[in-house]
Design a protein around this ligand. Structure first.
Ligand code: ZN
Length: 298
């Protein structure tokens, strides 16, 4: 995909939310209570900004932790506007210019999709055509471990930005700080690679909740992962016990007659949106390779 990035507007969005019980879906939902947005031109200069409080429709009470972190009060929300109105205002504010929505981490965009579905019954967000996760981009530029997500405040500090003047965890301040970070690490050609089209694949991926497979007969499991080769001689080891599922892993004992070695093998399968992630562990155990003793070790 060729993105014409020079004439593009970047719409930085930050949300504050309140975790509350949704009676409609009978599970907890993060209800958006504040929206902050800053629009930047292709040179990352601010064009305009938008912010509002959302009058809550799902949750009646603000969680203590949310009040403490954001300093948002019930009165603020009572003076706010309904979600649907806020989103149509936001849409009008964004306008028709080619744009990319940018957030720090994909949590905010997931929550926005969830709120849209819950409150408007819509599966897609009308103003969302391109999206970029600035956190992912930051971690690539700064070469931090992909296993650990870097929060906005920590990122700002790493970039030498004084966070003292920002009220962290208030939507518009977080947007400002996001913009500051963005300016420090922006490289047109590199950033272009992080812009993705908001197609059905995008929504599928964001709505998907990864899960651990706990049924050994699941067709999702690659059966070749269920054998074990001896770590010393490489020969295929003999399975001594059935696979047993405990604590996210299938576990079984294997024995290599060449080396007279018993190994406890664990295999874990996690279903992701686009594939299955497999993890394997093995520990040598000192046990006589008989069915009885094998059962005891398990
Ligand atoms: Zn061996």
């Amino acid at each position: 995909m060729i993105v014409r990035i020079d004439f593009m507007h970047f719409v930085l969005i930050d949300l504050e939310w309140n975790n509350t019980y949704g009676r409609k879906t009978k599970r907890f939902i993060n209800e958006i209570i504040e929206i902050g947005a800053i629009m930047l031109d292709g040179d990352l200069k601010e064009i305009s900004r938008y912010s509002c409080f959302i009058k809550s429709q799902i949750g009646k009470k603000l969680r203590g932790s949310v009040k403490q972190m954001t300093h948002i009060t019930k009165e603020d929300l009572d003076g706010g506007i309904p979600f649907t109105k806020a989103l149509s205002e936001l849409r009008r504010w964004i306008g028709g210019c080619e744009n990319t929505v940018v957030t720090w981490g994909d949590g905010d965009i997931r929550v926005m999709i969830e709120n849209y579905r819950y409150l408007n019954g819509l599966e897609v967000i009308p103003f969302l055509s391109n999206y970029a996760n600035l956190q992912g981009y930051f971690q690539r530029v700064m070469k931090t471990s992909p296993a650990r997500q870097v929060g906005l405040g920590a990122a700002a500090e790493m970039l030498g930005i004084d966070t003292g003047e920002y009220a962290l965890h208030r939507a518009i301040d977080d947007c400002e700080l996001t913009a500051e970070c963005f300016r420090k690490i922006y490289d047109k050609d590199l950033f272009r690679e992080h812009i993705i089209k908001c197609d059905s694949d995008f929504y599928g991926k964001l709505s998907f909740k990864p899960f651990i497979i706990n049924n050994i007969n699941s067709p999702l499991i690659d059966k070749s992962k269920l054998s074990h080769n001896c770590e010393i001689c490489g020969a295929q080891a003999k399975m001594l016990s059935e696979w047993k599922y405990t604590n996210r892993y299938f576990r079984a004992l294997f024995y290599c007659p060449n080396c007279d070695k018993t190994t406890k093998v664990g295999v874990s399968f996690k279903k992701l949106y686009d594939g299955v992630e497999t993890k394997k562990s093995s520990v040598a155990v000192s046990v006589v390779p008989e069915e009885d003793s094998a059962a005891k070790v398990m």
